[in-house]
Every structure is written in structure tokens, then in C-alpha cells.
Design a protein around this ligand. Structure first.
Ligand SMILES: *[C@@H]1O[C@H](CO)[C@@H](O)[C@H](O)[C@H]1NC(C)=O
Ligand SMILES: *[C@@H]1O[C@H](CO)[C@@H](O)[C@H](O)[C@H]1NC(C)=O
Ligand SMILES: *[C@@H]1O[C@H](CO)[C@@H](O)[C@H](O)[C@H]1NC(C)=O
Ligand SMILES: *[C@@H]1O[C@H](CO)[C@@H](O)[C@H](O)[C@H]1NC(C)=O
Ligand SMILES: *[C@@H]1O[C@H](CO)[C@@H](O)[C@H](O)[C@H]1NC(C)=O
Ligand SMILES: *[C@@H]1O[C@H](CO)[C@@H](O)[C@H](O)[C@H]1NC(C)=O
Ligand SMILES: *[C@@H]1O[C@H](CO)[C@@H](O)[C@H](O)[C@H]1NC(C)=O
Ligand SMILES: *[C@@H]1O[C@H](CO)[C@@H](O)[C@H](O)[C@H]1NC(C)=O
Length: 348
């Protein structure tokens, strides 16, 4: 009798613990990538042009070729709610990004930390100003169930962008619900002083995205160092429960357009119901140095030429767009009004 039980023991063990193991594998609660070299468990799912450099462990979402999309998502969706009808749990993520543009002052287009109910939406997304998130038919549609924090290096008038160096919170749209200059609160008295950051400066930038389920506040904090500033760059009051499904995919999207940048993620952590594990910029992989050396004269002339050419092109497009859209009120503006007031709590 005893012998039989002992023989059965390994099977009993498996039988008892398999469901738990299964839960752990299918419902992760935390991610920690200090570089993307030695990834325990499941790998990220990379689509489009995205790849991980095996030598240095850097996740490169796009290179400097035009009209590319790169996606890197955790392949298993996270559980963000107890059921479809309940409140979205708190979550927290931190990551280090770097954007290296083809031409020093001209980025193209941007990167977004993304939480999406469906990978299908992303599969059908467009590059350029769409950031690999949406396309021209599903943009603004509430049934996308898409949340993104964009790091945008192009000013798209179409989407009301404030400048070519901003951070925004987007819900099912490329028009940000709220956006701010890329900036951070440097250490100092009180909450510190606001300093500008250059997203396309080619240097690593640390980002923290936190959602407080009790207060219904999303905050986005930037810094050029590993220390999280006391005050976020951007915070916005919104209950994410109507936007989130029970299970959502978490990852990054980036795109290039006429102008292009290399978009990198150097490290990433994520956690539900708690603070994401701390990342240290010093222990993350280092960006490769500048590849080619051109004489300043050549660079100067070619940048000036492309700048003039692009400027004329943009001016042409802008004037065309201005004339075409003169005094046209979009259908949705009738519904919600062009200047809808809501409980927006914004800090920049
Ligand atoms: C992760 O990727 C590596 C190399 O690409 C591969 O050898 C390994 O089997 C993958 N692991 C899983 C769990 O998919
Ligand atoms: C970007 O990647 C694609 C595909 O790997 C390649 O064909 C292209 O040459 C790359 N562009 C640059 C600028 O390296
Ligand atoms: C939650 O909603 C999604 C999308 O409508 C659906 O696919 C899923 O089955 C729902 N889950 C439950 C538990 O009802
Ligand atoms: C836009 O994306 C949706 C998926 O969200 C897809 O069904 C639709 O066909 C796409 N539209 C275009 C024009 O690609
Ligand atoms: C939004 O998307 C849903 C599902 O794809 C579709 O049935 C609906 O018609 C779309 N709404 C608009 C306004 O395009
Ligand atoms: C902001 O988010 C809400 C979702 O709560 C959405 O319905 C609304 O259209 C968004 N506003 C803008 C300006 O994008
Ligand atoms: C935004 O940044 C620009 C420089 O990029 C600066 O001139 C402007 O004053 C900043 N705006 C605010 C509100 O800080
Ligand atoms: C998060 O916290 C809520 C209660 O606040 C709990 O119901 C839920 O199971 C927790 N989820 C995870 C993934 O820890």
C-alpha cells in the first residue's frame, strides 16, 4: 500500500502542481528584462522589423529605413481585471528607451509603450504618424481597446501634436488625450525644476508609467538617470476600466516615415498590483557608437539640403491640408463638442 503511494507520488505531485505551474506561465504578473540577452521563460514576440541584437542584448524596434514598423510584445496577455465588468488593477512599468535619428534634428516617427486587447489591431497598423498602432479605418474606434504612451518626435498637425518632442497618453487614437513637452523634474528643492529632454538626442531615457486603480490616475515620469523624479512629467485622471479587457497584451511599437530613426529599448520591467522592479541604466546594455564618420561639411550640406527639401514639402502639405480642412468640423466634434471639459488633471 505504502509502496504504491510512494510510486504514485511523482504523479500526484505533477497532478497537484501542474495547474499552479500553468497559472504562473499563462498569467505572468511581473516582467524584468535588464537587457534582452538572457530571457528566462517566454521570449518576447517580435514582429515587423523588430529584433534583438544577440551581441549586446538591445531591442531594436526600427532602423533608419523609411516606413517601417517594429513591434515587441510579451506573447501572453496579462490579466488586468478579475472579469470583464470589474475594475482594472493598478500596474506599473519602467523602461529605458533611446532614439537615434538619421539626421540629428529630424526624428521619424516615434515609439509607444502599448497595452492592447488584440494583437490583430497591431497587425493591421500603419507606419509613419500611426506609430504602428492603428490604421486609417480603425483610428478613434472605441472597440480597439488600446492604450498607449507615445514618445513622438514628429509634429503631426493631423493629430494636433504640440511639437516634435512630446510625450502623450493615447486612448484608441493618435490624437493624445493629454501631452507634454518631453521633460523631467531635476532634483532640487521641493518637487525640483523642470528641465527639457531631447527624445531624439540618442541618449538613454528612463520612463516610468504607473496606473493607480484607486485614484484612477495614470502618471508618466521621465528622467535621463536611473533615479525616479518625485514629480511625474505628466499625469492624467482617467479610469481605464472601460478601455481595458480582462486580458491585454503589453509591449512596444515604433515606426518610421519619410524621416527615420532607430528606436531602441534597453530594458523593461512590468508589474500588476505593485511597483515594477527597478532598472539601473548602468547595468543595461550600451548603445552602439556612431557608425560612420562624415566630414562636418558634408553632413552640414546634406542636412541643410534635406531640411530645405523637407521643409518645402511639409509647407506644401500643410497648406494643402489647411485649405482642404478649412472650417470643416469632424462628425465627432458635433457629438462631444470641440472644447469638451472633463476632469482632466494634467501636470507638465
Ligand atoms: C528564446 O529564444 C532563444 C533564441 O532566439 C531560443 O533558443 C529559445 O528556445 C527561446 N525560448 C523560448 C521559451 O521560446
Ligand atoms: C533596416 O533593416 C532592413 C531589413 O533588415 C534592411 O534591409 C535595411 O537595409 C536596414 N536599414 C538600415 C539603414 O540599416
Ligand atoms: C471579455 O471580453 C472579451 C472581448 O469582448 C471576450 O473575448 C472575452 O471572452 C470576455 N471574457 C469573459 C470572461 O467574459
Ligand atoms: C485596420 O485594422 C483593422 C483591425 O483593427 C482591420 O480589420 C482593417 O481591415 C484595417 N484597415 C485597413 C484599411 O487596413
Ligand atoms: C468600430 O469597430 C467595430 C468593430 O471592428 C465596427 O463594427 C464599427 O463599425 C466601428 N465603428 C466605426 C465608427 O467605424
Ligand atoms: C480621451 O479618452 C477617452 C476615453 O475615456 C476617449 O473617449 C476620448 O475620445 C479621448 N479624448 C481625446 C481628446 O482623445
Ligand atoms: C517646450 O520645449 C520647447 C523647446 O523644445 C521650449 O521652447 C518651450 O518653452 C517648452 N514649453 C514648456 C511649456 O515648457
Ligand atoms: C490585484 O489586486 C486585486 C485586488 O485589489 C485582486 O483582486 C487581483 O487578484 C490582483 N491581481 C493580481 C494579478 O495580483
Amino acid at each position: 500500500m505504502m509502496g504504491t503511494l510512494l510510486q504514485l507520488y511523482p504523479f500526484l505531485f505533477l497532478f497537484l502542481f501542474l495547474p499552479i505551474l500553468n497559472t504562473v506561465l499563462s498569467q505572468p504578473q511581473q516582467l524584468f528584462y535588464s537587457g534582452f540577452n538572457h530571457i528566462p521563460g517566454t521570449n518576447l514576440s517580435l514582429t515587423g522589423i523588430a529584433k534583438i541584437d544577440d551581441k549586446n542584448g538591445i531591442l531594436k524596434l526600427t532602423n533608419e529605413t523609411s516606413r517601417l514598423i517594429g513591434h515587441a510584445f510579451y506573447p501572453i496577455p496579462f490579466q488586468f481585471k478579475n472579469n470583464n465588468g470589474s475594475r482594472t488593477f493598478s500596474f506599473s512599468s519602467s523602461f529605458a528607451i533611446a532614439i537615434v535619428p538619421e539626421y540629428p534634428k529630424l526624428g521619424g516617427h516615434g515609439l509607444a509603450f502599448t497595452i492592447s486587447a488584440s494583437m490583430d489591431t497591431l497587425k493591421h497598423a500603419l507606419p509613419s504618424q500611426y506609430l504602428g498602432l492603428l490604421n486609417s479605418t480603425n483610428i478613434g474606434n472605441f472597440s480597439n481597446h488600446l492604450f498607449a504612451v507615445e514618445f513622438d518626435t514628429v509634429q503631426d498637425f493631423e493629430f494636433g501634436d504640440i511639437n516634435d518632442n512630446h510625450v502623450g497618453i493615447n486612448i484608441n487614437n493618435l490624437v493624445s488625450n493629454v501631452s507634454c513637452n518631453a521633460s523631467y523634474y531635476a532634483e532640487g528643492e521641493g518637487e525640483g525644476r523642470l528641465e527639457n529632454l531631447n527624445l531624439k538626442g540618442g541618449k538613454p531615457i528612463m520612463v516610468w508609467v504607473d496606473y493607480d486603480s484607486v485614484k484612477s490616475v495614470i502618471s508618466v515620469t521621465l528622467s535621463p538617470s536611473s533615479t525616479k523624479p518625485k514629480k511625474p512629467t505628466l499625469s492624467y485622471s482617467l479610469d481605464l476600466s472601460p478601455i481595458f479587457h480582462e486580458r491585454m497584451y503589453v509591449g512596444f511599437s515604433a515606426s518610421t516615415g519619410l524621416l527615420a530613426s532607430s528606436h531602441y529599448v534597453l530594458g523593461w520591467s512590468f508589474k500588476i498590483n505593485g511597483t515594477a522592479p527597478t532598472l539601473d541604466l548602468d547595468s543595461l546594455p550600451k548603445l552602439p557608437g556612431p557608425k560612420k564618420k562624415q566630414t562636418p561639411m558634408v553632413v552640414g550640406v546634406s542636412v541643410a539640403t534635406s531640411f530645405i527639401a523637407l521643409f518645402s514639402l511639409f509647407l506644401g502639405f500643410y497648406l494643402f491640408w489647411k485649405i482642404k480642412n478649412a472650417d470643416v468640423i469632424e462628425p465627432w466634434e458635433h457629438e462631444i463638442g470641440p472644447h469638451r471639459y472633463s476632469m482632466i488633471h494634467k501636470v507638465c
